[in-house]
Design a protein around this ligand. Structure first.
Ligand code: BDR
Ligand code: CA
Length: 311
């Protein structure tokens, strides 16, 4: 089994990512580290506990990290993820287990104590950048970083050119891409936009009569409406679980390595700049995924979460 820390900002699609990870025997989840993003960090941490409760995995520790971006004011995505970050479903507070503080220390201490740990980052990169600033040599002990963020040929979802995780903390994204000397994979909008949870899937989940399926139906209601109102699309893009799926089975996506930088000032702030032509004459720092086998992903997601409903 491969040891992972999942750095996240749950978040509706973060929830689906955590659920997939919980049902993947290839992964040993050492902890969830929480960053502010889709909603403030405190609420993200509460949401993480809920998700783990639904999956009966409250044994996985949750650590709250950065409650604001490195240098800028916080931006959240309430209009996409709801006032509580999980589609506005009113969940009861989990009292039996609580989250802890100190996500950055948890990441660094884990990397110092354990070998072969990878980080799957599906929120803004603030915690990872803080870990890099605090102890680069400890962070460099990580196996690899797979991150959901950025957009290469695809357009942005926060500005015409910027994807949310890079846009919410561009300084952190810029620092991680330029300073972390470990393999980085960018699972950006180019591939995640292809992964859509359609109303047919939602209908199927409704019929399963299973708590995890009901949870997905509940939290995606708001997200589906958002997609319909914004783009007149049926179904919702579920970005984050693709990063988990790719880590488990890299044959699901393919791409190419490039030098990637992030714009930290001006109108294009948060844009991922992929140096296709090698203009900067810099070593590639990132594998940029551009192709995805969306059906293979959906099959993986459904069969792992609901094995008893597969024919
Ligand atoms: C990313 O931004 C967040 O809203 C999602 O959780 C995902 O991590 C997509 O741009
Ligand atoms: Ca996220």
């Amino acid at each position: 089994r491969r040891k992972v820390i999942i750095d996240c900002d749950p978040g509706i699609d973060d929830a689906l990512a955590i659920m997939l990870a919980c049902r993947s025997p290839e992964l040993e989840i050492l902890g969830l580290t929480i960053v502010s993003g889709n909603i403030n960090g405190y609420q993200c941490a509460e949401n993480a506990l809920h998700i783990l409760k639904v999956m009966d995995r409250l044994d996985i520790p949750v650590y709250l990290g950065a409650t604001r971006p490195l240098l800028r004011d916080m931006v959240v995505a309430e209009e996409t993820h709801g006032e509580d970050g999980l589609g506005g479903v009113k969940f009861e507070r989990i009292e039996d287990v609580r989250y802890r503080e100190g996500a950055v220390d948890f990441i660094l201490n884990t990397l110092k104590m354990e070998d072969n740990v990878s980080v799957l980052a599906i929120g803004p990169l603030t915690n990872i950048a803080l870990a890099l600033q605090t102890d680069k040599s400890a962070l460099s002990r990580m196996d690899e970083l797979v991150l959901m963020g950025g957009a290469f040929k695809s357009h942005g979802n926060c500005s015409p050119v910027a994807e949310f995780n890079f846009w919410a903390d561009p300084d952190a994204a810029e620092m991680v891409l330029n300073q972390l000397d470990r393999p980085i994979t960018m699972v950006g909008l180019d591939v995640t936009r292809e992964v859509v949870l359609t109303p047919n899937y939602i209908e199927l989940l409704r019929q399963f009569n299973d708590p995890a399926a009901d949870f997905i139906v509940d939290i995606t209601r708001f997200y589906l409406d958002f997609h319909w109102e914004q783009e007149r699309t049926l179904g919702c893009v579920i970005n984050d679980p693709l990063a988990i799926a790719y880590f488990i089975d890299p044959s699901i996506c393919s791409g190419k390595t490039y030098y990637v930088d992030v714009v930290t000032e001006g109108k294009a702030i948060g844009m991922s700049m992929v140096d296709v032509g090698g203009i900067y004459k810099k070593e590639p720092n990132c594998l940029v995924l551009t192709q995805v086998h969306a059906r293979a992903f959906m099959e993986m997601f459904m069969t792992r979460l609901f094995p008893e409903h597969q024919s």
